[in-house]
Ligand binder design. Structure first.
Ligand code: FAD
Length: 512
């Protein structure tokens, strides 16, 4: 580390942002900052420079998203057909979890909502009562996302009637997505510099970073640095030594093995997550291939065993050799430290079970834009940013732990250990309340709303013992009639909807 005597005033106005890293995090940050801050009045104009190393490259996974990704496209003004074409994307309505509750069983965590929620009394209370009365039908029969996922159908719904609302996200090729955003960002004036950062220049006074020093000696100076350098955390950890909160005692998977395979003849509009003896396998359908991988715990499964499980369960021929990725679940103790904001894998890691990393990138950028230190960095801004980042990540962590903890499997030490482990207190309370009478408390910063928690809890065998008294409102006959009518209503559009492949083909003007 080189230090200078230059006065490092943390409250200096921010006029130049330097982004280190050109993966999904780096280019999403560049595109959104350039687009949103580009509208600032001239005296607040911000220059943006992105430094990336072709020698190091990107992680090259991260292909399943959740619906808020559509807000990114909307802010950037991206045409959906162009986006789908350029990134070889498909539609995602849900994740199908297989063998998670018990072996041989599966359920969908959809982006939709079953039934209709009344004030104070959500649909699952009525369904719980119906179940107790012996009325047949699954909770998911009332969810259009589920019906379409299962039937391989898709077309965007009008949104005029919430009963036919069908929120969706995308699966895309992560390498192509980065390049797409790079072209977009460069058009808005983002400067890209190729090179490997070997050192930084820091101010002696408070130790802020003043410039990145590249391997060939070039320097890239800035006021605010966004660390998108991936798991290395080049600035936030290697330079600032921020520290890392380790969550692997709750989430023991520490490796992934990834391999692409040939596409299926029919493209499913959902991700698959298949639990195995010491981890789980993902299958992500793209237009030109499937993305596959196994997330596993090296304490319970060797790399050779992982390769056997993954390759043994591929449904289409592999297109490459499998590669191993190491990770440690947890988060940087402060995601904004001094004049460095860590976004993407440098800010922490949660396994991709619920496809939340790209969303966390989006959310971090949104938060930074809300709290952008135009006139200088203050403890109030960094404090608020770090507080929100922490709670948001902890809530997602808890949701992921729920999948592991609420398992009914007896077949391996991995699953037995996870079923018996002590979970974070907030999660333990949530599970207990739901199991007692279906009550769910919505936390302010939780991206997962009530229907998500209900689906995973019930999908994995936590069915409420009781329900809200308001669900006793209709008589038994009325309840039967209303549920039958609702199921019919939800199923009604199915016949008219095209298959997912037909939809893509029509939109893109070519076979998907
Ligand atoms: P990277 O892609 O690693 O980019 C880091 C960048 O920093 C690169 O450009 C690199 O060259 C540069 N760099 C590093 N060091 C230096 C240096 N010294 N000098 C110059 N440049 C440097 N997320 C989801 O939302 N959905 C998923 O389905 C999903 N699946 C995943 C599966 C696995 C197995 C893993 C591990 C992650 C998954 N993720 C998923 C997370 C997702 O991959 C990442 O959030 C996303 O790719 C962002 O990565 P990144 O940009 O932070 O890091």
């Amino acid at each position: 580390m080189t230090t200078t005597q230059e006065d490092a005033n943390v409250t200096r106005p921010i006029r130049k942002v330097v982004i280190l890293g050109g993966g999904t995090a780096g280019w999403m940050t560049a595109a959104l900052l350039a687009k949103v801050l580009g509208g600032a009045r001239p005296e607040r104009a911000i220059a943006i420079e992105l430094v990336e190393s072709e020698d190091i490259g990107i992680i090259g996974v991260g292909e399943a998203t959740i619906p808020p990704i559509q807000q990114v496209n909307a802010v950037l003004g991206i045409d959906e057909a162009e986006f789908l074409r350029e990134t070889k994307a498909t539609i995602k309505l849900a994740i199908r979890f297989e063998n998670w509750g018990a072996i041989g069983e599966s359920y969908y965590h959809t982006f939709g909502t079953a039934g209709r929620n009344l004030p104070f009394c959500s649909f699952h209370h009525f369904w719980t009562r119906a179940r107790q009365l012996g009325i047949e039908g699954s909770y998911w029969d009332f969810d259009l996302n589920y019906l379409c996922a299962r039937g391989g159908k898709f077309a965007p719904t009008t949104g005029n009637d919430p009963i036919w609302d069908m929120p969706y996200a995308y699966h895309f090729d992560s390498g192509l997505y980065g390049q797409f955003l790079r072209r977009y960002s460069e058009k808005l004036g983002v400067v890209r510099t190729e090179g490997t950062v070997r050192d930084v220049q820091r101010a002696a006074g408070v130790g802020d970073i003043m410039a990145l020093v590249l391997a060939d000696g070039r320097q890239v100076a800035g006021d605010l640095f966004i660390d998108c350098s991936g798991g290395r955390g080049v600035l936030i950890q290697q330079q600032l030594g921020t520290g890392y909160e380790d969550w692997s005692h709750w989430l023991p998977c520490d490796r992934a093995m990834a391999v692409p395979s040939q596409r299926h003849v029919q493209t499913a509009p959902f991700t698959r997550s298949i639990a195995h003896g010491a981890g789980w396998q993902w299958q992500i359908p793209l237009q030109h291939r499937n993305g596959n991988g196994l997330v596993y715990s090296s304490r319970f499964c060797s790399d050779d065993e992982a390769a056997q499980v993954l390759l043994g369960h591929l449904e289409t021929p592999a297109l490459d050799e499998p590669r191993i990725i190491h990770f440690r679940t947890g988060r940087a103790r402060r995601q904004w430290n001094r004049n460095v904001v860590a976004i993407g894998l440098s800010s922490g890691f949660l396994e991709p079970l619920e496809s939340t990393s790209i969303y966390l990138i989006q959310s971090a950028i949104t938060r930074l834009l809300h709290l952008f230190p135009h006139d200088g960095i203050t403890p109030q801004l960094t404090g608020e940013y770090n507080r929100q980042s922490q709670i948001e990540m902890e809530l997602i962590r808890d949701f992921i732990i729920l999948h592991y903890h609420a398992n009914q499997r007896r077949d391996s030490a991995f699953w037995r250990d996870l079923r018996q482990m002590e979970v974070p207190e907030r999660l333990a309370r949530k599970i207990a309340l739901f199991a007692a009478n279906g009550t769910l408390v919505q936390d302010q910063h939780d991206i997962f709303m009530e229907p998500s928690w209900v689906q995973v809890m019930m999908g994995q065998g936590i069915v409420p013992a009781d329900y809200h008294p308001l669900a006793d409102g209709p008589s038994e006959a009325q309840l039967r009639g209303q549920l039958a009518q609702l199921a019919q209503l939800k199923a009604r559009p199915l016949d008219q909807l095209p298959s997912h492949d037909d939809y893509l083909q029509r939109l893109l003007g070519q076979p998907a």
